[in-house]
Design a binder for this molecule. Structure first.
Ligand SMILES: *Cc1c(COP(=O)(O)O)cnc(C)c1O
Length: 233
């Protein structure tokens, strides 16, 4: 993708988000764009950064580390880890990322807490919730969510910020909205239960369901294809 194309697709992604927020009668700053750069070269991240994009999402540890090394000069870049995370790769995420969206179990949380360097601020964490039942293997079930949240709130090197989900694809806006509404309800329930926690993040909405996610209260939408174009399989 050329820099001109990227500039156009980023501008239209921003417009699309702004329009969706307006349609949902939410403030323009109520949600922000996370640019999902997995499989895309460091040069594309640099180009998006030059256009004002600051938050980037990566799904593969090794690939992300290589790109981060190339982009060390980009001040203020914010790295989000959004992919499935094996416990044996947690150290790199604890040391190199600002956020992780895919925490779904105690053991992983405890490792990230132990491995987060003390000279860095606490690692921002979203719990990945399995909103689609059988259709997904990753994510904590709704029923187990309060206990996992309680564990994480007690870990000093982690900062629990909210919930994340990857719903199964759905054909209609209404079908897209249902699991996202449940995720929002689950966040409200956690807020009621843990009023002292800073639960301000609903990470949901991708290139195909951004409008549904914004209607259901998303605060961080994760766009890959809509910004950087299709990925190689
Ligand atoms: C790849 C990915 C995205 C981006 O998906 P697009 O459909 O390309 O917008 C968002 N979230 C997660 C967790 C992903 O792995």
């Amino acid at each position: 993708m050329t820099d001109t194309l990227l500039s156009e697709s980023l501008a239209s992604a921003r417009k699309r988000l702004a329009r969706a927020l307006y349609a949902a009668e939410r403030p323009a700053a109520a949600a922000r764009l996370l640019a999902v750069s997995k499989t895309k070269p460091a040069a594309m991240i640099r180009a998006a950064w030059a256009l004002g994009q600051r938050e980037f999402g990566e799904s593969y540890v090794q690939e992300a580390l290589e790109k981060q090394a190339e982009l060390r000069d980009l001040n203020g870049i914010i790295w989000h880890f959004i992919g499935p995370l094996q416990s044996n790769k947690s150290r790199a995420v604890a040391e190199r990322f600002d956020w992780v969206h895919s925490v779904d179990r105690d053991k992983l949380a405890r490792r990230l807490n132990e491995q987060r360097p003390t000279e860095l601020p606490p690692l921002n964490v979203c719990l990945q919730v399995n909103v689609s039942g059988e259709a997904s293997k990753s994510g904590v079930d709704f029923e187990a969510l309060p206990a996992l949240a309680e564990t994480i709130l007690a870990l000093p090197r982690l900062r629990l910020r909210g919930l994340m989900a990857i719903p199964a694809p759905a054909a209609t806006l209404e079908a897209q909205r249902a699991p996202l509404a449940r995720l929002h309800q689950a966040l409200e329930a956690l807020r009621a239960r843990f009023p002292e926690a800073e639960l301000d993040t609903l990470s949901m909405g991708m290139s195909d369901d951004l409008e549904a996610a914004i209607l259901e209260g998303a605060t961080l939408v994760r766009l890959g294809t809509a910004i950087f174009g299709a990925r190689e399989p």
